[in-house]
Design a protein around this ligand. Structure first.
Ligand code: PLP
Length: 378
């Protein structure tokens, strides 16, 4: 059996989620926009899902827009801030996902916006005093800061950033793709205008997610066509995906504390074993700090194996799936690691955990690593 430690890239679908979805592929196949009974059944399923997600996040149903995933949610949020709300300046970080950075780059290249980056230290911790300076210089900005980074796991304080945005009349977009379903978000308390989520990061299906957009904020439609999703996102709804997304979030919330503690214990155990058994190991960013990082992600700089294939391939040969960083940019140098202090002589590996991993698997990974080094030394 292969060991899967690439859960920040995607998670396996939960059987309960799959079972909830199948009736909407086989039986309730109506188009939610149709006026007949089968259409009405499909419409009801979608609206029930919207209400359920809104309840879990303490939001209103009309603030939840179903969309194809994190990338589209991030794009729609940024386009809405720029074309709906007339934002001309965006404050962001060097650590955002390319769904944010490339969108901002393309708008900047067209001369539509200017972009400022919040300073950070060599662990990737953001300089909040610098954010305040930037907000003082241009108050009516969009601030786009992710809740947690998908490569090094750094958690940003979205509560404080939201408060600052409110104080300076800025809009706040946060990419919560790595944290929805893993942490609780109370959208009555958090001062967030846009939030992006993707089902496949919490044991739901791929190709579906949602954008939270606070009531009163003007949205700009990215995809034009029919009048679905309150004329904000055209195209026949991915009904089985929406049902799967909702079921996955319900399951995640049902067991959130238990899973948080369990997954954190796996990560802590791996840190302990690495420190005691792998000389020269380093932890990139804030990822070994339990309070300041995602409990699902550990980014490790390991002594290089010294030949061209690298550790990632060696792990793969040992039946272990891990990654060097973001799955979307595989092969390319990581913009996240390039932005912080890393030891260039090391092989950087992201281990990312889920509720399905076990302590025995962590043992096997460490044993495999030691075996890889021993084989090379021999
Ligand atoms: N944002 C972050 C932080 C991610 O990790 C990802 C996926 O890896 C995305 C956005 C894109 O999400 P999706 O794959 O649903 O488009």
């Amino acid at each position: 059996m292969r060991i899967y430690l690439d859960n920040a890239a995607t998670t396996p679908i939960d059987t309960e989620v799959f079972n909830a979805m199948t009736p909407y592929l086989l039986n309730y196949f109506g188009n939610p926009s149709s006026l007949h009974q089968q259409g009405r059944e499909a419409r009801k399923a979608i609206e029930d899902c919207r209400a359920s997600i809104a309840e879990l996040l303490n939001a209103s149903p009309e603030e939840i827009i179903f969309i194809s995933g994190g990338t589209e949610a991030d794009n729609t949020a940024i386009f809405s801030a720029v074309y709906g709300e007339g934002i001309k300046h965006v404050i962001t970080t060097r650590f955002e996902h390319h769904a944010v950075l490339h969108t901002l780059e393309s708008l900047q290249a067209k001369g539509v916006i200017t972009v400022s980056f919040i300073k950070h230290d060599d662990k990737g911790l953001l300089d909040i005093a610098h954010l305040i300076e930037l907000l003082q210089e241009s108050p009516r900005s969009l601030v786009s800061v992710m809740h947690a980074n998908n490569e090094i796991g750094n958690l940003n304080d979205i509560e404080i950033i939201g408060e600052l945005c409110e104080r300076y009349n800025a809009l706040f977009h946060t990419d919560t793709v790595q944290t929805i379903g893993h942490y609780r978000h109370d959208l009555q308390k958090l001062k967030i205008h846009f939030l992006a989520a993707s089902a496949h990061k919490f044991h739901g299906p791929k190709g579906v997610g949602f954008l939270f957009c606070r009531k009163g904020v003007k949205l700009s439609q990215l995809i034009h066509g029919g009048g679905q999703e309150g004329r904000l996102r055209a195209g026949t709804e991915n009904i089985h995906g929406i049902v799967g997304l909702t079921k996955a979030l319900q399951i995640a919330y049902r067991h959130l504390n238990k899973h948080q503690q369990y997954i954190q214990s796996l990560k802590s155990y791996m840190i302990e074993r690495l420190i005691s058994e792998v000389p020269g190991v380093i932890f990139n960013g804030n990822s070994a700090n339990n309070n300041g990082s995602l409990y699902t992600v550990l980014n490790v700089g390991l002594p290089s194996v010294g030949y061209s294939r690298g550790l990632l391939e060696c792990f793969d040969e040992h039946g272990i799936s891990v990654s060097g960083g973001s799955a979307c940019s595989s092969g390319a140098a990581s913009h996240v690691l390039q932005a912080i202090l890393t030891d260039v002589t090391k092989d950087n590996i992201r281990f990312s955990f889920s509720k399905l991993n076990t302590r025995a698997e962590i043992d096997k990974v460490i044993d495999a690593l030691i075996n890889i080094y021993q084989t090379i030394a021999a």
